[in-house]
Every structure is written in structure tokens, then in C-alpha cells.
Ligand binder design. Sequence first.
Ligand code: C5P
Length: 223
Amino acid sequence: KNRLIIAVDGPSGSGKSSVCRAVATQFGADYLDTGAMYRAATWYCLDQQVDLDDEDAVAVAVEELPLNISTDPEHQIICVDQTDVTEAIREPRISEAVSEVATNRKARQLLINAQRRIIDESGFIVAEGRDITTVVAPDAQVRVLLTASAEARLRRRGLQLEAASGAAETQEALRRQVLERDKKDSKASNFTEAADGVAVLDSSDLTFEETVNSLITRIDDVR
Ligand code: C5P
């Protein structure tokens, strides 16, 4: 079977989710947002009132996590048990706590295994996160690190939050949030430097379309 895996890593606000969804839609491929899995795991821990500082308790919760994630790039739905958490996992309380789960070694390994199963089941998938090019699917045919300057990422995050809630979060609070999460995340995986064989795609000065097209060109090259 002719399997195709597209692995994209990058920091928050690099635009990788929208870019990857658009690219997957374009090719009729599956799409996997691994960040959403860490977020859903975090939602579940909070829902179950698991103490996030208790490493073993978090690992147990993630082991029994009844996660259901769709791989349709146009209908991203993520459920924990019967609860649709698609919206809830984007709340600030989740963003603030998610690094705690992502740096839990056992929880991380469980989620990586689940990600590999989803990728293995697909014939053509665009998977994005922080460690897809290096850990989850280092054998991917296309491996890209999507970066953007801190300013560009803050600008996009600001727009995203505005679009989501109309919240009047100050630029300064946003800046602190984004940089703080980068710092915490970098403890779980190094996504600021490209590993061997991973191409860097810097989107700071690219439009959304230009970024999407650049990734499409790379995929066309290996198809
Ligand atoms: O991509 P997103 O910002 O939704 O990811 C949420 C969090 O999940 C990240 O801040 C990071 O802590 C964690 N994550 C990870 N490894 C991945 C994807 C996400 O540690 N492959």
C-alpha cells in the first residue's frame, strides 16, 4: 500500500492547524491535531478532578481516557466519552494546564502510541504537533517545521482569541501567555530547531495562502 505521512511541527501561533487542515482538505487526506489530544487529556484530568501535580494519577487518567477524535479536516470533532469537547479544549484554563500533562512522561508515551495507531490506520494523513517529525512519525515522507517570529505568532493568537470570544485580552497578557507556554512546552520536546532531514518553513512574512501552497508543493514533490 502506498502510504503517505505528512508531519508538521511548530510552536503555538505558527498557524500550523489552519495550514494543515487546508492542505489535508485540498488532498482529501486525513488530518490529526495531536495538540487537541493533549488538550482533551487535560480536559479529562480537570473533569475528573485529578491533581495535575500527581504524576501517577495523571498517567492513570490518560490511560483510561475515552478519547474519540475525528480525522476529517473539515469536521474536527473531539469527544471524551459522550461529551463533545471540541470547543471546551480551547478555553484558557486548558491552555494554561496542558503543559503539565504534556510533560508527564507516561501520559506522553500513551498519547504518542495512540497517535501512531491513528497514523498507521490512515493511507494519507497530515499530522501536526510538536514532536511528529522527530518522535511520532520520523519516517514521514514530508517533514516540516513551521515557524514564525514571536511577533507574527502573537499577532495571530490575538486575532484568533478576538475571533473566538471577542475577549479584550491585553497584548501584554497575550505575550506573557504565549511565551510562557513556549517555555513550558520546550521541556517536553524541542520544536524550535529542525532535526536532521526536517525542512524549515518560516511563515512570518507569508500569507496564509502562500504557506499552504508551499506545503502543497512539498507534498506534490513526493507523491
Ligand atoms: O498545538 P496546541 O497549541 O493545541 O497544543 C497544545 C499543547 O499540547 C501544547 O502547548 C503542548 O504542551 C502539547 N503538545 C505536545 N506535543 C504535541 C502536540 C501538543 O506536547 N505533539
